[in-house]
Design a protein around this ligand. Structure first.
Ligand code: MG
Length: 263
């Protein structure tokens, strides 16, 4: 009887150890999903990184809508891709100097908090994909990441955002502050295993990186990580990436991409 009991105890311990070592399970993605690159900005009256482009993406009820953020010298988070407009460099100026900047559709350049307000009010399942731009000084990239995490946490929107960055410092900072956050690296120069070892949850690479390293998709999935590809607009390329098995396609044509992927 004693030997019988001992056998069962050993089996139970072995099962527990196997379970504890199992890789983190990748969230179940039913199919490849669409992320709008800088929002749904192409239609008349919209603009990249605008309130309108976010609202349009939320209305499409696609997986995600991406924005780009910069930190001003006095700690405000502005939303813009290039980080320069009308001779003003966002990372080198204070909020007062950039608050009157306008977008091509006439809207004022938004701050992150303006877009978080729109997200919070919306019932859409669409997530906000926040790209922390690499600032000239890596410490400012870390500061921008920290400020974004705080702003998102303050509004209780942790489950409705994902983070991406070309700055490995920004990725590390977000993971350290918010270990449950979905954080993907953009630069294309690290393997899934390297990113996984740092605690990151995804890779978000240019389409040509996956053409060179198609094996990274399966490697990432085996590690429980998500795979995002940018920026894919042509139908034949959307199909190519879908067949490769990526989780998300970041595109300037979100409505058309979603129509293809949902078929
Ligand atoms: Mg971006």
């Amino acid at each position: 009887m004693k030997r019988y009991l001992l056998t069962w105890v050993l089996v139970a311990i072995a099962c527990t150890m196997t379970w504890a070592q199992a890789p983190q399970t990748r969230p179940l993605t039913v199919r490849t999903q669409t992320i709008a690159h800088r929002g749904d900005w192409k239609p008349e009256g919209s603009a990249q990184n605008s309130r309108t482009s976010l609202q349009r993406a939320l209305d499409l009820r696609i997986f995600g809508s991406e924005i780009d953020i910069w930190l001003t010298t006095d700690g405000r988070i502005m939303v813009d891709h290039d980080g320069k407009r009308k001779g003003i460099s966002l990372q080198d100026t204070c909020f007062k100097a950039c608050k009157r900047l306008t977008l091509t559709n006439g809207e004022k350049m938004p701050q992150l908090k303006d877009l978080l307000r729109i997200l919070k009010r919306s019932q859409s399942p669409t997530k906000l994909v926040v790209e922390v731009k690499p600032h000239r000084d890596p410490q400012r990239s870390r500061d921008c990441a920290t400020a974004a995490v705080k702003a998102i946490r303050k509004r209780g929107l942790q489950n409705r955002v994902m983070y991406i960055s070309f700055s490995i410092e920004a990725c590390e900072t977000i993971h350290a502050l918010e270990p449950q956050a979905n954080v993907a690296y953009l630069s294309g120069d690290r393997t899934p295993a390297e990113l996984h070892a740092m605690g990151l949850t995804g890779l978000d690479y240019h389409i040509n990186v996956f053409r060179k390293h198609p094996e990274w998709v399966a490697e990432a999935h085996a590690l429980g990580m998500n795979v995002n590809v940018w920026t894919v607009d042509k139908p034949e390329e959307i199909q190519e990436m879908r067949e490769l098995g990526v989780d998300y396609i970041t595109t300037n044509e979100p409505a058309q991409c979603e129509a293809m992927l949902s078929r």
